[in-house]
Design a protein around this ligand. Structure first.
Ligand SMILES: Cc1ncc(COP(=O)(O)O)c(C=O)c1O
Length: 392
């Protein structure tokens, strides 16, 4: 069995340090907003190249509270991608604003920067790019457009902590970067956790207050807030893992490029693309160091597009190869957004990706033997499931 993601191996390699950190929290009994949360906030802010960070309960709250702190609310529009996890638009909906979708670039699965401007209206308050699968969005164009139209940028970095664009870490481009520490994320804790990073002191203060029931002073409440704090225990675990993140991300890149090599010549498999140094797309980035390239993706997922995706997925599962579909239904076609007037065909690239995308095993400890077995299994599954109707 080759898992999609193997968290046990990661724990085993850091067990002594993690166990010790957890025991220290238990012994010191400062369980809520203690010294580990404070220290982790500073460490993550520094890691992202930002001045401030606020630990919150999960990545969804990070998005929600960032939008709240920016006074985005009813009547406002936020431009985002339909090809993301539901949390992205949940956050927009929770503040009472309207998500406005723009189709993706089929090569990167991320917001197509070329199409954003046409969606900007006088109600647009923010652009919310999602660095899906760990691949940075085209931040140069997105930030330029945002500046031109006087709208904010809020980055959904849930899947991309440590990824960079022209040497700058994601999360540091806009008003706020929103991070998830869900266990399977590149930096994951042992439950739920999240963080907002920002360079804006006022935004920092506001999120910090909102996460603790809307007040700066205990039992004095200035506005309606939330109970959304990162646990001290989770922060202690994350502090052990953070120093290993850059190396783990580099290993993910190497695994991704190895897949690209192994899949070379398999015409029916569409491989992930990265933006190259000149802004051109590299169809198959090589395992060489990313320096000089425009982006350094961190391959939270290694996702390909294949014909007969659902049958291929079933066949891989039957053969003991972990795989997953992120995501089978684009958000504009979800029932929760049914009243917004979108229909099949509204965003053809997102819909095509939803029909064909398939994520393969990806984690830093994935071995070369395992990768070769995945590649063989995918080839066999494609042959076994090939049908005249292939190639939707
Ligand atoms: C793109 C994206 N945004 C937001 C979230 C929300 O993060 P969390 O699960 O920590 O609330 C996730 C996590 O699953 C995600 O993948």
């Amino acid at each position: 069995m080759i898992p999609l993601c193997d968290l046990r191996e990661q724990y085993r390699s850091l067990k002594a340090e993690i166990d010790e950190a957890m025991q220290r929290v238990a012994a010191e009994a400062h369980y809520i907003l203690g010294p580990n949360v404070k220290a982790l906030e500073q460490e993550i802010a520094a890691f992202c190249g930002c001045r401030f960070a606020v630990g919150v309960a999960n990545g969804t709250d990070a998005l929600h509270l960032a939008l709240r702190a920016m006074n985005i609310g009813p009547g406002d529009e936020v431009i985002t991608t339909p090809f993301t996890f539901i949390a992205t638009t949940e956050a927009i909906g929770l503040v009472g604003a309207t998500p406005v979708f723009v189709d993706i670039d089929p090569r990167t699965y991320n917001l197509d920067a070329e199409q954003i401007e046409a969606a900007i209206t006088p109600r647009t308050k923010a652009i919310l790019p999602v660095h899906l699968y760990g691949q940075p969005c085209d931040m140069e164009r997105i930030t330029a457009l945002a500046a031109k139209h006087g709208v904010a940028v809020v980055e959904d970095c849930a899947q991309a902590l440590g990824a960079s664009y022209r040497g700058q870490k994601v999360g540091s481009f806009g008003a706020a970067g929103c991070i998830s520490f869900f266990p399977s994320k590149n930096l994951g804790c042992f439950g739920d956790g999240g963080m907002v990073v920002t360079n804006d002191g006022e935004l920092y203060e506001r999120v910090e207050m909102l996460r603790r029931h809307g007040g700066k002073v205990k039992y004095y409440h200035d506005e309606l807030g939330l109970n959304s704090r990162l646990d001290e225990l989770q922060a202690a675990i994350l502090r052990v893992k953070l120093p290993h993140l850059a190396r783990a991300n580099q290993l993910r890149r190497e695994r991704a490029y190895r897949y690209n090599e192994l899949f070379a010549g398999a015409a029916e498999i569409e491989l992930p693309h990265e933006l190259g140094a000149s802004g051109a797309f590299l169809p198959q980035p090589k395992a060489s160091a990313p320096s000089g390239e425009l982006v350094a993706a961190v391959y939270h997922q290694y996702t390909v597009c294949v014909p007969n995706r659902d049958a291929v997925s079933r066949s891989l599962t039957a053969g003991g190869v972990g795989n997953a579909v992120y995501y089978p239904v684009p958000l504009h076609l979800q029932r929760v957004h049914a009243s917004r007037g979108y229909a099949p065909g509204s965003f053809p690239c997102a819909e095509r990706a939803a029909r064909r995308c398939l994520s393969l095993p990806m984690f830093p400890e994935l071995s070369d033997d395992q990768q070769q077995a995945v590649v063989r299994a995918l080839g066999a599954s494609l042959s076994a499931t090939a049908a005249p109707a292939a190639g939707v």
